[in-house]
Write a protein that binds this ligand. Sequence first.
Ligand code: IPM
Ligand code: MG
Length: 367
Amino acid sequence: MSNPSLLILAGDGIGPEVMAEVKRIIGWFGDKRDLSFDVSEDLVGGAAYDAHGVPLHDDTMAKAQEVDAVLLGAVGGPKYDNLDFSVKPERGLLRLRKEMDLFANLRPAQCFDALADFSSLKKELIAGLDIMIVRELTSGVYFGEPRGIHIEDNMRVGVNTQRYTEAEIERGARAAFDLAMKRDKRVCSMEKANVMESGILWRDVVTEVHADYPEVELSHMYADNGAMQLVRAPKQFDVIYTDNLFGDILSDCAAMLTGSLGMLPSASLGLPMANGRPKAMYEPVHGSAPDITGQGKANPIACILSFAMALRYSFDEGAEADRLEGAIEKVLADGARTGDLMGPEGGTPLSTTQMGDVILAALDDSL
Ligand code: IPM
Ligand code: MG
């Protein structure tokens, strides 16, 4: 049987730096665990714009549709801020999500014990935190029509449309309930049913789908209250299911609870392919971090943890995913820190490559 295939789209800013460490980790699994991948690489975002004048070339899109999983670094940067909206780096990412139909975006917010002091919240509020946000990723206001900026009565008007079909709400809800069944069996659905019809439909459909999951406890919350509860008492949540825009905002909020945005991975999953694997793309939640690009300072952990999610969700290698996550937990417990994880007590931060080195060493130790 041929090896499973991976397409790496490292993108912009710190994307290529953190992805370089992921490539070493992928190599380790090939050498030491007999788990080899056919890896190809291509451009996305500003890097693709520089080469082709578009943030995602059609050939790259076609490749992404064919591989078993895509690993993405980050897109965007100040150099591209003034580009026309249609060719901004972010459009490349959104095209991948939309055309691969990656409707279920899994964003776990887990607090590593060693980092509990880094949270902006009190340690006791976040120690042991383990939340899974399931964000609907292919619809809502990100893609709804009509959209645009037009003139009415000599005045510019900006329009975006929040639009959800019941099928879209339902398939994401099933993903959330299925995940909850493997966790603490609790789902909290978040919308704004008090002001939005799409929110009313959201609440109705999630309630209907819940009938198929009697073991799961379902609650509903307005998304603004959800934001408040996330910073007030985050451990009350197990799985949160929410729409594309609320999910974007709530996941940044949840990420920061864990200490650093440099720690958070994500998986974006779609329908099963012919080989039974879901269409999938894995990416760190952090962005391209132009302020530290090229300095070897970036924390590669979010990107490495995204590969661990690929092992778990695309390749059914849960034990190997545990091994990789365990190696990261161990190096953090041993005091390994990149700059973003330095406390007030100071010390010398590890470079991106040095963090990769200690994680590889911990993987060796795990054998
Ligand atoms: C995210 C990002 C993206 C989003 C941007 C880069 C388009 O913020 O993945 O959370 O808004 O979805
Ligand atoms: Mg975001």
